[in-house]
Design a protein around this ligand. Structure first.
Ligand code: FAD
Ligand code: NAI
Length: 464
């Protein structure tokens, strides 16, 4: 029988990889994780979820303090000033604490961190920097990186990607965001709140592809109210930079008169692509699909025995919690257990203000599958939201017309990201809208809006 250095080698220590490594070690497997960054935690902890949420939180506080939002509550704040350096320092501290936390968890669970870039020699042999190691099972969890826009060079000074936009040393006067997706709206919100004029250029007719149609429309309305300029149905044909000024050339997506925008910062946020370059997957014989993702089956197994893939490098939503759940499942499958992820019930959250969240099918997608009933409830009629002067948004519940089973839930609200967990749990348990409507919800909470939207599916909410 072949002897291996490790039972399991995970490549990449993002939310997918570090979770897979810890779970494998917890299950008694001798585990190593290769990571080429200086710190663990992948995109999410280093240059994604965590620093973006740190800046979203801080910039929201700044906007509230500096724009008189507290005054109506009898709190008068005078002379609120931005200290951007301190804002970045606090963000860095949060990132350091969390990435350090993963290092601690690796030590606690006896996961060996192999520092360096990993590349396959064959299906069970990998070089990591100078070392060569063998493992019985190998999990590819190399994540994703920014999709470049042909002809637009990212210099991380004037033209930045999300990593550059998380570290701008001064507030731009005019930030042009290319791509009205999650990154564009979150990071656009950060810099708008700190004082930038923000123009979002989106190729499609609406922002936030993949979200429910009504939610996309409502979100666009709210972003415009906040001062965003949204140029939908518009494509960027080029960006030129001279000194500290960029000229962005635009055209209507369906053809028409061209125009230019002048900006001192341009954020390219048109999606992300799987990281497979340099892995030498050919040496292992691992197949990619036509989108460049590692092809896997329901158990996260690739076409090669003993090689698995999870997270952004594999098909599905590019989200940290999806990667984490796959990390647990793949480790359990490697250990001979049954690890499953229900990809129909993965919540998505945009952490703007209000937050925008959804789980399951949009109304449009649900209608393609059959007859549906829809219930909606506005936060304008929710007592807690009204009390907090926080009435933007609504909850929408989409249920199967025959069985009443909940197929999708969409929430626009300051607390949407937290509230959506309840909807996901209900759907995971196969709930009907009636199950949610007859569950007692604490009063006064924003969550009551979910209960009332579920009541509205059958036409009978109390408060509208
Ligand atoms: P990654 O986190 O990308 O980790 C992969 C790791 O593998 C990296 O550290 C990389 O250095 C390493 N690696 C790659 N190749 C090799 C190699 N050959 N050898 C060794 N190491 C290698 N998702 C959310 O759910 N919520 C959010 O709020 C959120 N915010 C985001 C904000 C931004 C700005 C961005 C860019 C992304 C955000 N995401 C968010 C997405 C989230 O970061 C990803 O879905 C998640 O990080 C994917 O995890 P992963 O483990 O698959 O890959
Ligand atoms: P995205 O896929 O969310 O949005 C990209 C947008 O760019 C789309 O609306 C697309 O139509 C548009 N686009 C594409 N090409 C274009 C062009 N040439 N000109 C103008 N518009 C163009 O991708 P984004 O925002 O880059 O984020 C990448 C991924 O990172 C997301 O899909 C998400 O999975 C993850 N992420 C998640 C977050 C969260 O969960 N809160 C936060 C940030 C990122």
């Amino acid at each position: 029988m072949a002897e291996y250095d490790y039972d399991v080698l995970v490549i990449g220590a993002g939310p997918g990889g570090y979770v897979a490594a810890i779970r494998a070690a917890q299950l008694g497997l001798k585990t190593a994780c290769a990571e080429s960054r200086e710190t663990l935690g992948g995109t999410c902890l280093n240059v994604g979820c965590i620093p973006s949420k740190a800046l979203l939180h801080a910039s929201e506080l700044f906007e509230e303090a500096s724009h008189g939002a507290f005054a109506k509550f009898g709190i008068e704040v005078e002379g609120a000033k931005l200290n951007l350096e301190q804002m970045h320092a606090e963000k860095k501290k949060a990132v350091g604490e969390l990435t350090g936390g993963i290092e601690y968890l690796f030590k606690k669970n006896k996961v060996t961190w192999l520092k360096g870039k990993a590349s396959f020699t064959d299906a069970s042999t990998v070089t990591v920097g100078e070392q060569t190691v063998t493992a019985r099972d190998i999990v590819i969890a190399t994540g994703s990186s920014v999709t470049p826009l042909p002809g637009v060079e990212i210099d991380q000074k004037v033209v930045v990607d999300s990593t550059g936009a998380l570290a701008l040393p001064k507030v731009p006067e005019h930030l042009v965001v290319i791509g009205g997706g999650v990154i564009g709206l979150e990071l656009g919100s950060v810099w708008r709140r700190l004082g930038a004029k923000v123009t979002v250029v989106e190729y499609l007719d609406q922002i936030l592809p993949g979200f429910d149609g009504e939610v996309r429309k409502e979100s666009a309305k709210l972003f415009k109210k906040q001062g965003f300029e949204l140029k939908t149905g518009t494509k960027v044909t080029g960006v030129t930079v001279e000194g500290e000024t960029a000229t962005v050339s635009l055209e209507p997506a369906n053809g028409g008169a061209a125009e230019t925008l002048t900006a001192d910062a341009v954020l390219v946020a048109i999606g992300r692509k799987p990281n497979t370059d340099g892995l030498n997957l050919e040496a292992a014989g691992v197949k990619l699909n036509n989108r460049g993702q590692v092809e896997i089956d329901h158990d996260f197994a690739t076409n090669v025995d003993g090689v698995w893939a999870i997270g952004d490098v594999a098909p599905g939503l590019m989200l940290a919690h999806k990667a984490e759940d796959e990390g647990v499942a793949v480790a359990e499958n490697i250990a001979g257990q049954t690890g499953i992820v229900n990809h129909d019930v993965i919540p998505s959250v945009v952490y703007t203000m209000p937050e925008i969240a959804g789980v399951g099918l949009s109304e449009e997608a649900a209608k393609e599958k059959g007859e549906v009933k829809v219930g909606k409830f506005p936060f304008m009629a929710n007592s807690r939201a009204k009390t907090n002067r926080d009435t933007d948004g609504f909850v929408k519940v989409i249920a199967d017309a025959k069985t009443d089973r909940v197929l999708g839930v969409w929430i626009v609200s300051s607390l949407a990201g937290t509230m959506i967990a309840q909807a996901a749990q209900a759907m995971e348990f196969g709930a009907t809208s009636e199950d949610i409507a007859y569950t007692c919800h604490a009063h006064p909470t924003h969550s009551e809006a979910l209960k009332e939207a579920a009541m509205a599916v059958r036409g009978k909410p109390i408060h509208v």
